[in-house]
Design a protein around this ligand. Structure first.
Ligand code: MF3
Ligand code: CO
Ligand code: CO
Length: 256
């Protein structure tokens, strides 16, 4: 690992831990009756109080500090005065920028008691992200990640969204390479030591097709079935990989 790589890893480690801690705070307050605007306020304040800022705010005109995507929303849901109710599942996606480095992470939260089907979707989505991460090593291919994710998801009867992907990041929020969450082993770009990117599979209960609402952001499932997503920021090391956005409280996956 060169000095330049070590510097980028150190920066991403700090940004990633702030982003992860923001989601730990969300875990403490999320319950039936809370609004997505209140979740956004918490993320905005926690990230600012940590000496960082939220990358989504005003990014390409996005109006809020995080994305809140409930039930059939696939991604990029805009926080508003929508009240969460018992049985909802919701993804909260935060990105902290510290000293120019980006830490991007999202988790699902279960609001009150959720259905068996929803729990299975959330669990399968988390497992698929981790299976994608476990393929990482110097010289692996983008297709190895997508293959591992797709295999696990389809085995469980769900589908992998095609319209959105993971991405390289660093001093920029989104950059090459695109990390597809479906595909074939040993295909696509080769990944090497020092590369920083996200793995963030969006998994649907029904078909994988999505559409974007008139607000220009909110992506939903076309068939209106549930969708789930988890995201970690990762880097390739000489030993394998590092995950920069782990919860220090062990709250990466909601407990039921
Ligand atoms: N955090 C999202 C991602 O994982 C991007 C959100 S862009 C925004 O890449 F503008 F919607 F915030
Ligand atoms: Co991302
Ligand atoms: Co994100």
């Amino acid at each position: 690992m060169t000095d330049k790589i070590l510097e980028s890893f150190n920066g991403t480690r700090i940004a990633g831990s702030i982003a992860a801690e923001a989601l730990d705070k969300v875990a403490e307050i999320i319950k039936p009756g809370i609004t997505t605007a209140e979740i956004d306020k918490l993320c905005y304040e926690f990230i600012n109080d940590s000496g960082a800022y939220s990358a989504p705010l005003f990014y390409r005109g996005f109006p809020k500090s995080c994305c809140t995507s409930a039930n059939h929303i696939v991604c990029h849901g805009i926080p508003k005065n929508k009240v969460l109710k018992d049985g909802d599942i919701i993804n909260v996606d935060v990105t902290a920028v510290k000293d120019g480095w980006h830490g991007d992470t999202s988790r699902m939260f279960c609001v009150g008691d959720v259905s068996v089907k929803a729990k299975k979707l959330v669990k399968t989505t988390y497992e698929s992200m981790m299976k994608g991460i476990e393929t990482l090593k110097d010289g692996c291919f983008v297709g190895d990640i997508g293959f591992a994710i797709q295999k696990h998801v389809e085995k469980n009867g769900f589908s992998v969204v095609r319209d959105f992907c993971g991405h390289g990041l660093g001093k920029k929020f989104h950059q090459a390479p695109n990390i597809l969450h479906f595909g074939e082993s040993k295909t696509g770009e080769k990944l090497s030591v020092g590369m920083l990117f996200t793995i963030e599979p969006m998994i649907n209960e029904g078909q994988y097709n999505t559409k974007v609402l008139n607000d220009g952001w909110t992506a939903v499932t076309k068939d209106k079935t549930l969708s789930a997503q988890f995201e970690h920021t990762v880097g390739i090391t000489d030993k394998g990989y590092e995950i920069f956005t782990l919860s220090k409280k062990g709250l990466d996956l909601p407990v039921y």
